[in-house]
Structure formats: C-alpha cells, structure tokens
Design a binder for this molecule. Structure first.
Ligand code: C5P
Length: 232
C-alpha cells in the first residue's frame, strides 16, 4: 500500500545499536514494501556512512532521517544541506527553531526530500511545558506550530495520533502527517502510553505511520509488516 505521494504508509523505526542487524532488518522490511526511520541513536553510532551503507544494501528503500535539527537558521541550513545529499524521503527539524530557520532549512533541502517539523515532543506533559516557560495548552501550541511549519514551506509535521484531526483541519489535505505511537490490535504497548491502531490513525488522516517494535521485535519482521499492511 502506497500513499498518494507514492511513499510507503509505514516507516519502520530501526532502533538498534547493531549495524548488521539494522541492514538485515532493512532488507526484510524493504521486501514488505515499508520504509525505515533512522534516528539520533543510529546516526550518532554510525554517522552518514552508516545510512549510506543501508541505502546501498537496500537501494529502493525510502528513508526518513529523524534527527530533529534545532539551531540558528544558518547552521540548520548547513546540516540539512549536508544530510540531504543522501536524498532521503524525509528529514525533520524542530518547529520551535522558528519561521526563519524552517525557511532556511527548506531552501537548503534537496528537492527530492520532504521536510517535516516536530511540533512539540510528546514526552512533554502540561507540567513539563510550563517548566520550560511555555503556556500550558498543548493542543493549541501544536496547532500553532503546525501552521507555522506550513507557512515556512515545510511538507508536514510529526505528530501524535491524538493531534491528527486538529492538524488536518487547519493545514488541509496536502500536508504530510507522520505519526508514531502506533500499535496493531493486541500488540504490546511497551513504553508507549497513548497508542492508536494503524487503521484508526489512517482513518483520522495520518499520511504515514512510524512503527518500530511490533515489526522489529517479531520473529519474521517482513511477515509482521505484511500482517499490519493487510489490516489497512
Ligand atoms: O517501537 P515503537 O513503535 O514504539 O517506535 C516508535 C519510534 O518513534 C521510536 O523510534 C521513537 O523514538 C519514535 N517516536 C515516538 N514518539 C514520538 C516521536 C518519535 O515514539 N513522539
């Protein structure tokens, strides 16, 4: 199953400190028609050359590089320019870096790569939001930042499943919503607290789902991915 932009519905989170395991997982996930998400843990262990190794082993796999850049516009533009030479499907920055930073990032980004914004980390609750000096209305803030990301020319946001409908309403259909915290019915939630099934999240308007352990922790990851896709 592909989304309108011809990218896969599922980006599988490859959260492992073992490069060979990451390559094996990527191969089987690629065979099931999913993309992969590589984050800070992977990048800080294996760098750009580690990502390149996976891309060489799985030439057609769409990759979401999840490094959540947050710095001054010039620095973020330089980082985005450097990493987007790999031509990943998606990259991301923090919306709280501001409009000028997001515009600079978008300008520096390879045209083949879509740029997403992180609105607000879902690990922050109302209390933690207040502690860092923000006004404690998470929903309002997430929507404000999604709108700002859209004004900055970004292609979408990473958001929790509980924010999908509100963001879709204000940002319209042509805006990618990449949603983690997804669990197939009956799967272990692990440390995820507010979970949603793949079908529910898509019904609400998600474009892509980030799913990690329910696929990577299975005996046969390709089969696990196919089982999820068959429910959609
Ligand atoms: O294994 P699981 O499906 O929980 O993996 C979800 C992935 O999405 C992990 O890489 C996690 O760091 C990431 N993520 C998340 N919640 C967010 C943002 C990213 O779970 N709000």
């Amino acid at each position: 199953m592909k989304q309108p932009n011809n990218l896969p519905v599922i980006f599988c989170a490859i959260d492992t400190p073992d490069l060979n395991r990451a390559i094996e997982l990527s191969k089987s996930i690629s065979s099931a028609g999913c993309g992969i998400k590589l984050g800070l843990e992977f990048f800080n262990a294996f760098g750009k050359s580690g990502i390149q190794e996976i891309m060489d082993a799985c030439p057609d796999i769409p990759v979401f590089i999840d490094l959540k850049y947050h710095d001054i516009p010039n620095t973020v533009a330089g980082a985005v320019h450097a990493i987007s030479s790999l031509k990943p499907a998606y990259l991301n920055v923090h919306a709280s870096g501001g409009l000028d930073m997001m515009r600079a990032a978008k300008e520096a980004c390879a045209p083949e790569t879509k740029l997403l914004a992180v609105t607000l980390l879902t690990s922050l609750d109302e209390h933690a939001i207040e502690e860092v000096g923000y006004k404690p209305d998470i929903n309002k803030r997430v929507i404000q930042m999604a709108e700002l990301a859209q004004r900055g020319g970004l292609d979408g946001v990473v958001c929790s499943s509980h924010e999908i409908e509100a963001i879709r309403n204000v940002c319209g259909d042509d805006f990618a919503l990449m949603v983690p915290g997804i669990r197939p019915a009956g799967a272990a939630s692990g440390d995820q607290k507010r979970i949603m099934t793949p079908q529910e999240a898509l019904n609400k308007g998600a474009t892509h789902l980030v799913i990690g352990r329910p696929i990577t922790g299975a005996d046969d990851p390709a089969q696990a991915a196919q089982n999820i896709l068959s429910t959609l």
